[in-house]
Design a protein around this ligand. Sequence first.
Ligand code: APR
Length: 180
Amino acid sequence: MSVADPWKSIQLVQGDITRQDVDAIVNAANSTLLGGGGVDGAIHRAAGPELLEACRKLGGCDTGSAKITPGFKLPAEYVIHAVGPRYRDGQHGEAQALASCYGKAIELAEAHQCKTVAFSAISCGVYGYPIESAARVSMRAVADALSRHEYPNQVRWVLFNDEIYGVFAAVLKELEGGGL
Ligand code: APR
């Protein structure tokens, strides 16, 4: 049974994704899955060295896709490593790739019976995706996936500062109201 109104299952919080006590957190990784800066670096630091060992065995991940590992020292049981697109000009399939990695993350969450999932703002940092369009593409993709899957039944974006929180909140308000 999927959720009736997926928008009711979406929340936004401001904070640090490594402290979220949820079933799975979603990392903004790169295609090597061997760690990096930003949220990727924070998650690897908080999870401990076993995370990198587990990632080494995955053989990388295509842009637009995601892979899952245990969370090790994190409060979250799992880490879903999603690889978002590097933003160029919006004419190179960036929106499709961003939507795709969120959809894949939801599929992995369901396959591992994760009821609660916390997303980072994939591609919104080093990868340079304009925040407002990333928010719209991301939340639409997740709302669509939630309406087709039984799990998860609660998702949140964990946004790292006031500015990105404000943009996501404005876009969520518009989308909840049926904004195109
Ligand atoms: N908790 C939540 N969000 C965070 C945290 C944190 N601890 N640290 C950073 N962020 C936010 C950033 O402020 C940004 O809004 O995560 C968002 C994603 O930014 P990046 O981490 O730069 O990820 P991305 O833009 O997808 O670039 C991915 O950066 O770190 C490398 O290995 C990674 O090569 C990959 C690239």
